[in-house]
Design a protein around this ligand. Sequence first.
Ligand code: PT1
Length: 279
Amino acid sequence: MKISFNHKVLKLDTPQIMGILNVTPDSFSDGGKWDHVDKALEHATLMVKQGATIIDIGGESTRPGAKAVPLEEELKRVIPAVEAISKNLDVMISIDTSQPIVMQEAVKAGAHIWNDIRALRLEGALEMAASLQVPVILMHMQGDPKTMQVNPHYTDVVKEVKEFLLQRVEDALKAGIKKENIILDLGFGFGKSPKHNYQLLDHMQEFVDLGYPVLSALSRKSMIGAATQIEEPNQRVVGSVAGALLSIERGAQLVRVHDVEETRQAFDVYKAMLESRKD
Ligand code: PT1
């Protein structure tokens, strides 16, 4: 399995780390520290050195309760960062956006992957993804970011998330998006209680078995806080690394994390164990 776009190829036979680069002033755990282009490039450079093979650039905060960002503002935040990183680093760039126009401009500036928490449900998104022929991450969410954590409800969370994702895959294929350009994401923290999130984590292998690469994104989230009783997102590193490791053991090919160095060390141990099985 692999992800490829514009001469860049990422093999998925070992777990890959996507480093989070927030260019929002109100980001939930980095507090907008990296909101300028030089700072963004500096942070991306560090994450690549630490083992990230994808940098995920986001100009809209989508954590529970966050407000929408106007299109012009999102473009102003994201595009200069994409230009700087694509010019200076050998890394894949994903864009955390739901806006077709932002993705179109980002691809012109050198981006490789469309990471959409709304799974291409905004108007014109499916068509834009098909026309750009860009790999897409389709994520599950119940409700919308403003209200999703008010009262999340499922009869069978694993079944319902799977049905949603398979429906989005069907719609994507129908729109002309290629099968090899589809990546799935269970959407930890998006309209889910801690128990829902942990049931999904436990059953991640079933999603991997659908035949599409799976991205696990639980870094510093409230599900980690719920298990560890740690309130401060930036103190949730150890729990987050544990969650990333449980994900790859259940077959996930990609993890989206704040703490690249710590996650890579954990994956190095996992890979050493796998290596020891060979003769
Ligand atoms: C995600 C994701 C994302 N999450 C993808 N992109 C966020 N593909 C941004 C909490 O519970 O899961 N997959 N882009 C950030 N969103 C959240 C959601 C942050 C919940 C925090 C929480 O604390």
